[in-house]
Design a protein around this ligand. Structure first.
Ligand code: GRF
Length: 206
């Protein structure tokens, strides 16, 4: 029970960063057939599964099969990395305290979709990403680490998302390593790291 199951829906650049950091991943599960991240896993000899949400009549039916697939690997941690499904309370509770997500904003700002576009529209000067425990409220669980980048005057959603993504690839493996090493302490809905490692990053490279 020392490994991680990663849930994806798309290209899998966070998955790649997690693997490059040497995190032990036992399986990658996608709700989208042909997701780019599946190829990344296959090339590394990691087990892959596809559970298509559209094949099921209800969210619960989809999640029952997804949970059975996850539990087959008995992971210590479930890491959502660009997994684009809203989960039911039952599913979230099954993995309470052992499921992380990465969201491309400095939460609690800009939960949900199109975070970069909304950050630009709001005129914020700092943007970034957040790794958090998954709870029943969308993009709202206890924060493990945040990484900030400046928003530049000529940024587009594309340039801004690339700058944030570079930080995602640093922050997420770091958070997962802390979890696997048993260093995360949650109390009163807040997360601390034993040893007081910095739970923030800032990178103002353009
Ligand atoms: C990332 O921006 C992540 O924060 C968001 O979805 C995107 C996934 O990208 N949840 P990738 O598939 O890891 O490249």
């Amino acid at each position: 029970m020392t490994s991680v199951v990663v849930l994806i829906s798309g290209r899998g650049s966070n998955l790649q960063a997690i693997l490059d950091a040497g995190i032990p991943v036992s399986a990658v599960i996608s709700n989208v057939a042909g997701a780019g991240g599946l190829d990344i896993a296959v090339k590394r000899g990691i087990a892959t599964r596809v559970v298509k949400h559209g094949d099921f009549p209800t969210r619960e039916a989809f999640e029952a099969v997804l949970a059975a697939a996850i539990d087959g690997y008995a992971p210590k941690l479930v890491a959502c990395a660009g997994f684009m499904r809203v989960m039911t309370v039952g599913f979230v509770e099954r993995y309470a305290g052992r499921m992380l997500n990465i969201h491309p904003s400095l939460l609690p700002s800009f939960t949900g979709l199109h975070a970069h576009e909304r950050a630009l529209a709001a005129g914020v000067k700092l943007h970034g990403c957040t790794v958090h425990f998954v709870t029943a409220d969308l993009d709202a669980g206890p924060t493990v680490i945040q990484a900030a980048v400046p928003v530049l005057a000529n940024d587009t959603a594309d340039t801004l998302s690339k700058r944030v993504l570079r930080q995602e690839h640093v922050a997420y493996p770091r958070a997962i390593r802390w979890f696997l090493d048993g260093k995360l302490v949650i109390a009163n809905g807040k997360v601390n790291v034993e040893g007081n490692d910095a739970q923030y990053l800032f990178d103002d490279r353009p």
